[in-house]
Design a protein around this ligand. Structure first.
Ligand code: CO
Length: 622
């Protein structure tokens, strides 16, 4: 790709990975890819990004496909163009650090199954989280592409990025990517950064990756190329723009007008585009119709688009969507407190959920998720800027902070994982790696696969499509990373249940303050059940005893205790004190203790485990 003296610029096609992850909730299927793979292989791309990121999880979870089989099938057709994947360093494709033996074996098998170029990145840009993956790629004969996860902050200077690039060069990377996941890299900053990198590492090929979220990416690519970048990431036009990559056809024309040759065949590109324009009719989720072509807000707050939609759905489920502006204001403060991590999985989820809690909890860091705790204690790696010592102590709690490479603390895990899977479900060694990354999802898929051909449960993605075709207002497709976002909230709920739930002050969410909104994304969540079911409880209102009511501050599920097996917070007829927690309303996996509004004898009006609506009387105190 590095051949700028001859004015050659190459293009990587992201249509088969990032583009559908950004636009179609990763729902492109292997068959969809195979029908057009030969034409794509003939077009003249530098490489085809077609694996990694969220595709692995979604293949098994929603499409009931074997991701390894997808890789082998693409490789069998695409013999001319190198295949490329996105690898999250020590996190591989998951959300936590894996032991070195799992990282190495995953890379070895990916190489064996046909992967050529590995773009290896770390959310914190901690080189210690990249070293094992890069060394493994080199060992098994792949092309190791190092990565700068681009963000802006007082500590993310050009000098700091050059230092990071040099550290990765010393690890033996073959090329370097600038990964602008939020689409915030400006043409001016790109010219400066690429120029400094070319000066410091004159022989290092540089590739630039961005998203059109803010509308700047095509202009930025041209500036980066003029400064010496040799390759840029684009998607075929139908699969481009919005939160995806810039359109390939347009970028080719822009570059040609400046005298650069991309080697791409526009006729083939038109053929590829016609195919995806047709496929889009059945694969694009209905929710995408609501997406704005350009989110100019990104230019102001620099928060990736996908992250905002996650925050929105989390707040909507708590009937607190009106507090989104407060959360968007809180988020940069939480990020600064946490040492300015780039906002990309998993740090985007950690900072996002913590910001929501900082707003809804009424008190900043009054509630701290398990992930925040581990992050502050160094278990995700070194933070770009140090966390204030006093705050770190508060966040970490009883956890022991570490300064070593996080994966050094992990024992080899491959053999133990292999023993955990029922032998009859394993068909190949690749299955063990799938299980290591996503244990429950992989087991679900293995069990589905083991069902007789004529008696298989329906494919979740097909069920979604049928629902979308028949429902008046179809639910948007849920993305694997949205599921993860909800899981952090769930881990927090478990924490609260263990703590007895008594310490949380959620008085910040006052009855009547938050509006009831139609619940959207996480359709599988029980707490989002139709509010119609609760109508019956209200109709008996005339029969309830007189006194001061205790009302639900949010839509959610009513509980008498703070978790399974735990005692009821108050019994019917108990004398309760004003301000003491008497019951729970669970919303979006957060357990919210509800306090007595007066002192006296309490009578409950709702059954344990029933859905409740905001403002509904849960109990009266006489
Ligand atoms: Co991307």
């Amino acid at each position: 790709m590095k051949n700028n003296a001859f004015k050659v610029v190459r293009i990587t096609d992201t249509t088969l990975r990032d583009a559908h992850q950004s636009l179609w909730a990763t729902r492109m299927r292997t068959d969809d890819i195979l029908k057009i793979a030969e034409t794509i292989d003939d077009a003249g791309y530098y490489s085809l990004e077609c694996w990694g990121g969220a595709t692995f999880d979604v293949c098994m979870r929603f499409l009931r496909e074997n991701p390894w089989e997808r890789l082998r099938q693409i490789k069998a057709v695409c013999k001319k163009t190198p295949l490329q994947m996105l690898l999250r360093g020590q996190n591989i494709l998951g959300y936590k650090h894996y032991p070195d033996d799992i990282v190495e074996r995953f890379v070895a098998l990916a190489c064996e199954n046909g992967m050529d170029i590995f773009r290896v990145f770390d959310a914190l840009n901690d080189p210690r989280n990249l070293e094992k993956a890069i060394a493994s790629v080199k060992k098994y004969g792949g092309h190791a592409q190092g990565t700068i996860s681009y963000t802006t902050s007082p500590v993310h200077t050009v000098e700091a990025y050059v230092k990071l690039a040099k550290e990765q060069a010393a690890m033996g990377i073959d090329s370097l990517a600038i990964k602008d996941m939020a689409g915030i890299l400006t043409p001016g900053a790109a010219r400066e950064l690429v120029g400094a990198l070319v000066k410091a590492l004159p022989d290092m090929p540089i590739q630039v990756h961005s998203h059109m979220t803010s509308g700047m990416a095509a202009a930025m690519y041209l500036a980066a190329v003029e400064a010496g970048a040799g390759c840029v990431d684009c998607a075929i036009s139908t699969m481009s723009s919005f939160s995806s990559q810039p359109p390939c056809e347009s970028m080719v024309t822009i570059l040609e007008s400046e005298g650069y040759d991309t080697g791409l065949d526009q006729k083939k590109l038109a053929e590829i585009n016609a195919y995806f324009r047709d496929l889009k009719k059945t694969r694009q989720p209905a929710s995408s119709a609501k997406v704005e072509p350009v989110d100019a807000g990104v230019l102001v707050h620099a928060i990736p688009g996908g992250m905002i939609s996650n925050l929105r759905s989390q707040l909507a489920q708590q009937g607190a969507l009106d507090r989104l502006p407060e959360v968007l204001e809180e988020l940069p403060k939480t990020r600064a407190d946490m040492g300015y991590p780039p906002l990309v999985t998993p740090t985007s989820q950690i900072v996002g959920v913590q910001s929501v809690l900082n707003v809804l909890g009424g008190k900043r860091y009054g509630m701290v998720t398990d992930e925040t705790k581990h992050y502050a204690a160094g278990y995700y790696g070194r933070t770009p800027a140090p966390i204030d010592k006093k705050l770190q102590k508060k966040l970490v709690g009883d956890l022991k902070p570490i300064t070593c490479r996080p994966a050094d603390l992990l024992k080899p895990g491959l053999a133990a994982a292999a023993r955990e899977i029922p032998a009859k479900l394993i068909k190949a060694e690749e299955d063990i790696l799938s299980y290591c990354l996503f244990p429950e999802v992989a087991l679900g898929y293995f069990k589905w696969r083991a069902q007789p051909v004529d008696a298989k449960d329906p494919i979740p993605a097909d069920v979604e499509m049928q629902k979308a075709a028949t429902a008046a207002a179809p639910a948007p497709a849920v993305d694997a990373e949205t599921v993860r976002f909800a899981q952090i909230g769930k881990a927090f709920a478990a924490l609260m249940a263990m703590a007895g739930g008594g310490k949380v002050d959620i008085s910040a969410v006052k009855p009547g303050e938050a509006e009831l909104l139609p619940l959207q994304a996480e359709g599988s969540d029980k707490s989002t059940a139709s509010t119609k079911e609760t109508g019956g409880t209200r109709s008996v209102a005339s029969a309830i005893p007189k006194g001061t009511p205790v009302t639900a501050p949010l839509n959610g599920t009513f509980y008498r205790s703070a978790g399974p097996g735990r005692p009821e917070l108050a019994k019917d007829g108990d004398d309760v004190k004003n301000g003491s927690p008497v019951c729970i309303v669970e919303a979006m996996k957060l357990f919210n203790p509800i306090k007595a509004t007066a002192s006296g004898k309490i009578t409950f009006l709702v059954e344990h485990g029933k859905p409740v609506t905001k403002g509904q009387a849960l109990a009266v105190i006489a």
